[in-house]
Design a protein around this ligand. Structure first.
Ligand code: ZN
Length: 317
């Protein structure tokens, strides 16, 4: 088994401490014009953030920005090399809100989109694709497929992009990470992905800790073997860290400790090197000590940041 990072394949045992959904590189493109928080374009600053994270014991991060939506694959490759932190990059798509009218993602066929995703997973990521069809590839490969579930009707456009992402996951053996929007229906999506033939334990649902208040839905997703990634940590505008721990404890009580991943889902205003707070190292500096004060066993904490990511992001060599 291997994990594909921007520097090549590594053994899962070499991953180290891993935050499973972050943003370290978003160029000043369309996503930044609709949300200024979606601009993380300073190579030095992002590298500095990773070095600080490494200083506190961080070993790896998953970058959750997909193709044609502001991702800078060359920047991810270089900041990983300079900081010594492994980066697992993403192919795949974000909410259609983040693509301007006329973007190729609206006109591409399902098969061609599947081909693009597979090309990024097996040959290398494209360093263009924001302002036109992607053509320029580098050798750094994506290590997972990102997708995003929006509220409202499951349109033919969403059916297309999800079908391509599902195909790419099945063919490559890569994991499919899904942004879950507040007010969307993740269980209906689980049914759809099931019909597409994606193995449930190769699906990660993100943000349920802030998007879905009904913990019964979290349990139902886990009962279907889906992985949950929680990242409403150090985000008092949503809820306190104490409230986050209560959600985690509920899931542990239900026996789903091997299906939980954790992270911060950073944006520009949450990265210290860009003048924001609380910084990429917040989990290590503050949240893990809180988990210890709540008497979570060390082995359980280790699962969320080491053993679970090492297993979930790995695939057959
Ligand atoms: Zn995100």
């Amino acid at each position: 088994m291997v994990i594909t990072t921007v520097s090549g394949d590594i053994s899962p045992s070499d991953l180290g401490f891993c935050q499973s959904h972050e943003h370290l590189s978003i160029i000043r493109e369309y996503p930044a014009s609709v949300s200024s928080d979606q601009c993380i374009d300073d190579w030095e600053k992002s590298c500095q953030e990773l070095k600080l994270y490494r200083h506190f014991g961080g070993g790896a991060v998953v970058d959750a920005q997909g193709l044609g939506c502001g991702r800078d694959a060359a920047m991810l490759r270089d900041i990983s090399k300079k900081s010594g932190v492994h980066i697992i990059a993403s192919t795949g798509f974000h909410k259609m809100f983040f693509y301007p009218e006329g973007h190729w993602i609206y006109s591409i066929s399902t098969d061609n989109l599947t081909r693009l995703y597979l090309a990024e997973l097996t040959c290398g990521m494209f360093i263009d694709g924001d302002n036109g069809y992607p053509v320029k590839q580098i050798s750094a490969r994506a290590g997972q497929i990102k997708a995003a579930l929006d509220i409202g009707e499951f349109t033919s456009q969403y059916r297309k992009v999800f079908t391509a992402a599902a195909e790419a996951a099945k063919i490559s053996g890569g994991v499919l990470m899904v942004h879950i929007e507040k007010g969307s229906d993740p269980i209906a999506l689980a049914d759809f992905l099931n019909k597409q033939g994606v193995v449930p334990n190769r699906i990660i649902f993100c943000h349920l800790d802030r998007a879905i208040a009904d913990i019964g839905i979290h349990r139902e997703a886990c009962a279907r073997s889906i992985i949950l990634e929680y990242d409403t940590i150090g985000r008092p505008k949503y809820h306190s860290d104490e409230a986050e721990v209560r959600i985690i404890l509920e899931m542990l009580k239900a026996g789903y400790e091997k299906q939980l991943l954790m992270s911060l889902d950073t944006t520009r205003t949450r990265l210290k090197s860009y003048g924001g707070n609380p910084g990429l190292a917040y989990i290590i500096e503050h949240f893990i000590p809180l988990l210890r004060r709540k008497e979570l066993p060390e082995e359980q904490i280790s699962l969320f940041f080491k053993e679970n990511p090492a297993r979930i992001f790995s695939k057959k060599a």
